[in-house]
Design a protein around this ligand. Structure first.
Ligand code: 6R9
Length: 647
């Protein structure tokens, strides 16, 4: 085994769901005999009415649309809970590990989850929610967050989860965009020993939103909160009053399941819409194939429910497969950098799924924190969210997995629903840093800037040539934006916004975003969003934000700020602007660097030349690196930026 090639271990090849030939044959059939393939795969779900139709999508402008299994009827919550009751009602569905290691974990069997979700669903109904309504979920990482999602799905309401780290302003924007009538939250959240005032944030957000009629509040920490008479309800009080029986609403496969806001190239986050049948099939199939899920496995995806990874790989994928899924309230390095591995030992976890940024942060603390734990239960190590650098990959494989566990590097996006390019442990020889090969039905292509499809070993823009079941269906409230954003750059294909390389062996290597999206600690941030926040500040005239390389976070946020005339570029103002962005968007958008810039490099037509700003942020300031500046309205601006570069 060479340093850059890891063959499938023999025992994996012998026992896994798919071996090398199996994966190749399965993929070939998914493309060559697509209708039969997907009807066969659809049998993994429980349908009220089994579909006769499969893919009816088109990426062409004339008949554009994404549609799968359109005559099928099913319910997601029934698939994730009810159908497991007969065989494994007593099996643990959710293990909850609290923020503090001093506290006891909790376990919920499928039967217990069923009761909790039915009661929750009846509480939502009692609060006026019905099929098609939007419900915003702003929750910490507690089991009730999963119950909330499943309760919405049970009654056919569309959930829109907003990450608990987002500010009241960001929350309000997302409530208004989809006209939520109900918000589900908790009194407070906890992370790394600190509390997050979730209910107070909701109260602040609702000052600006007129659509919300009820707020259902989970008592999590017991901290003091204000309850608005007639609007706010305690979940535990209401749940005690309602029936523990709630029939699952029969849903069309193309009925919406959830909206999840994600950052793009423009200022306003997009409400990515996923529907019922295709999404659930995609989440459950990829969960099984990538993680070779076996009954009895303890599976832990250490993401937050506020991101798509939490939706697909903490809740929907694993529960649809009848798995035991671990939910962790806290962060990987609290109270010490050994915590994540201690949790693995405590619950005898077989599969762990985390982000490269967490691995880099833990790697920096040294191997001792890992070595003092056993980790013998581990079988598979997953990663997601950003390209994993080969150094972190090797550390994960060698130090954490003791060379025993395949690394499953899954490339995908909020828009794709679940994994698109990823290894399967029994089938895929690994190269550190490569997400390897496409999942069934996924046809990736690499195209140059003119859209010409490049064959063989090549580097360029990553596009997907045809629809797959878990593809997003629209941008909430703006179908035209869906088409414009993803299908016009390279007509007839889905544009991912990522760059990629395919090597001579056909392996895909994701090189990162090629648009104005930066990836901070595995979280997507639109540079335009941070710019919009900055220019809202009374001292700021103009702002331009780019990514910069960052050892732990992958990318950091570098902001160039032009102040209004008369404003002094002081250290206080720099700090105030950083704090401002944190309150406008949330701590994940905290700028790492703010450089005061008297002017920004612009073309004569007034377009900011981001290429130059990126180079300066990266510290590449030679004339050669900066390239042609002759088209700038005022080339001297660049000298000033270079001279005052920060960091
Ligand atoms: C699942 C998720 C999507 C963007 C995507 C890409 C980056 C995700 C990756 C990866 C390289 C991987 N990304 N997984 N890059 N290798 N394994 O993260 O969704 O938050 O929408 O982000 O993340 O740039 O375009 P989302």
């Amino acid at each position: 085994m060479s340093d850059d090639f890891f063959s499938v271990p023999d025992e994996w090849a012998a026992s896994a769901l798919l071996d090398r030939e199996g994966r190749a044959a399965d993929y070939a059939r998914s493309i060559g005999d697509s209708d039969a393939y997907w009807l066969e795969r659809a049998k993994r779900l429980d349908w009220v009415k089994f579909p006769s139709l499969t893919n009816e999508s088109s990426f062409a402008e004339s008949d554009f649309g994404v549609k799968w299994f359109a005559d099928g009827i099913l319910n997601v919550s029934a698939n994730c809970i009810d159908r497991h009751l007969a065989d494994r009602g007593d099996q643990t569905a959710i293990i909850w590990e609290p923020d503090s290691p001093e506290e006891e974990p909790r376990r919920y069997s499928y039967a217990h989850v069923h009761e909790q979700v039915c009661r929750f669903a009846n509480v939502l109904k009692g609060a006026g929610a019905k099929k098609g309504d939007r419900i915003t979920v702003y929750m910490p990482m507690i089991p009730e967050a999963a119950f909330a999602l499943l309760a919405c799905a049970r009654i056919g309401a569309i959930h829109s989860v907003v990450f608990g780290g987002f500010s009241p302003e960001a929350l309000a924007g997302r409530i208004i965009d989809c006209d939520s009538t109900l918000v589900i939250t908790a009194d407070e959240g906890r992370r790394a020993g600190k509390t997050v005032p979730l209910k107070a944030n909701v109260d602040a957000a609702l000052q600006e939103c007129t659509s919300v009629r009820k707020v259902v509040v989970v008592k999590a920490t017991g901290g003091a909160v204000d309850m608005a008479e007639g609007r706010d309800l305690w979940l535990h009080e209401e749940a005690a009053k309602v029936s523990a029986d709630c029939p699952a609403e029969p849903m069309n496969a193309e009925d919406p399941l959830f909206i999840l806001y994600t950052s793009g190239s423009t200022g306003k986050p997009k409400g990515v819409l996923h529907t019922t049948g295709g999404y659930l099939l995609w989440a459950s199939l990829t969960h099984e194939l990538c993680f070779d899920y076996r009954p009895g496995d303890i599976y832990w995806c250490a993401a937050d429910i506020g991101w798509v990874t939490g939706h697909s790989y903490i809740v929907y994928g694993p529960l649809a497969n009848g798995a035991t899924t671990l939910m962790y309230e806290g962060v990987p390095n609290y109270p010490t950098p050994a915590r994540i591995w201690e949790v693995v030992d405590r619950h005898q976890v077989q599969t762990i799924f985390t982000a490269p940024t967490a691995l880099r942060a833990l790697m920096k603390e040294g191997d001792d924190f890992v070595a003092r734990t056993s980790r013998r239960s581990l079988r598979l190590l997953g990663t997601v969210g950003e390209p994993i650098n080969p150094e972190a990959w090797r550390w994960y494989h060698h130090v954490v997995g003791e060379d025993r566990c395949p690394i499953i590097d899954t490339w995908w996006q909020t828009e794709t629903g679940a994994a698109m390019i990823a290894p399967m442990p029994g089938a895929t020889d690994l190269k550190p840093g490569s997400a390897t090969f496409p999942m069934p039905g996924v046809v990736p292509q690499i195209v140059d800037s003119e859209g010409k499809v490049l064959e063989g070993a090549a580097e360029g823009n990553l596009v997907i040539a045809q629809s797959w079941p878990g593809q997003m269906r629209t941008v909430w409230g703006d179908h035209e934006r869906f088409f414009q954003t993803y299908f016009t750059t390279f007509p007839g294909k889905y544009t991912t916004g990522d760059g990629a390389r395919r090597d001579a062996d056909g392996y895909y290597w994701i090189t990162g975003r090629v648009d104005d999206v930066i990836n901070v600690s595995g979280h997507r941030m639109g540079t335009a969003e941070v710019e919009s926040a900055l220019v809202l500040h009374e001292s700021v005239a103009e702002a331009a934000v780019v990514g910069m390389p960052h050892d732990i976070k992958g990318q950091g946020i570098y902001a160039y700020v032009t102040l209004n005339s008369g404003e002094e570029p002081t250290e206080e103002l720099r700090k105030a602007l950083i704090a401002w962005v944190r309150t406008e968007i949330g701590p994940i958008a905290t700028p790492d660097v703010i450089q005061f810039a008297p002017g920004l490099p612009k073309t004569r037509s007034g377009k900011i030349m981001r290429r130059i700003l990126r180079k300066i942020a990266e510290g590449e300031v030679s004339a050669q690196a900066l390239g042609d500046t002759s088209t700038l309205a005022d080339p001297s601006v660049v000298d000033n930026l270079v001279a005052n570069r920060q960091g």
